[in-house]
Design a binder for this molecule. Structure first.
Ligand code: ADP
Length: 202
């Protein structure tokens, strides 16, 4: 895959909604968050290493990751997060590369929630597209989607890059403060420009 667009945005900004619109246009969309879930699902490729590192208590009865148990461990011991990431991140990266290599669309979208925070992925992509909305909008959406209380959502936002940092890293900004219907024309416009760039890249 010669032309790769990194798609990012804060939690609840609308990355999945945007990813769907590119997928509808026949573009390969690789979602690193979804890959992380697959790797830690029952029978997932990361589970043996995670059990070896943290014990059987982090596995559910069907041998997937017990997310609540893992969250408790990581909350109590920040070095545990690093160990978990040391297992997961190379596997996510490798699977992303495998899928990019196998993608047969003119360009590909690599969806990385923490792209701006990660030097590694920033170097991997040819362009950075940021889904942007006001923080108040993010908070409302995530409270509704995940059934979380406002302080919990505010804590998640505080751990991510700020809106300003993300916008500073953007080659393309996708405004998603309006209605969902307003997204499609913007994605169509970007899709055309990415097709033209991909053709130039050869
Ligand atoms: P992300 O993948 O960035 O976390 P999602 O695409 O899942 O965000 O969007 C978060 C939530 O907000 C979802 O429930 C989605 O359906 C909803 N949503 C996304 N964009 C809009 C919009 N423009 N208007 C209303 N709801 C939206």
């Amino acid at each position: 895959m010669s032309f790769v667009v990194g798609l990012t945005g804060g939690i609840g900004s609308g990355k999945s909604a945007v990813g769907n619109l590119f997928a509808e246009r026949g573009i390969a969309v690789i979602d690193t968050d979804a890959l992380a879930h697959q790797l830690t699902a029952p029978g997932g490729a990361a589970m043996p290493a995670i059990r070896a590192a943290f014990g059987d208590a982090v596995a559910t009865a069907d041998a997937g990751l017990d997310r609540a148990a893992m969250r408790t461990i990581v909350f109590a011991d920040p070095s545990a997060r690093k160990r978990l990431e040391a297992i997961l991140h190379p596997m996510i990266r490798e699977e992303s590369e495998r899928r990019l290599a196998g993608a047969d669309s003119p360009y590909a979208i690599l969806m990385v929630p923490l792209l701006v925070e990660s030097g590694d992925y920033r170097k991997r992509v040819d362009r950075v597209a940021v889904v942007d909305c006001r923080e108040a909008t993010q908070i409302d959406r995530v409270m509704q989607r995940n059934g979380l209380a406002r302080p919990e959502v505010e804590r998640i936002l505080a751990a991510q890059a700020t809106r300003t940092e993300r916008l500073a890293a953007a080659d393309d900004v996708i405004d998603n403060d309006g209605a969902l219907a307003e997204l499609a024309p913007r994605i169509e416009q970007l899709h055309r420009s990415y097709l033209a760039s991909a053709a130039r890249f050869g």
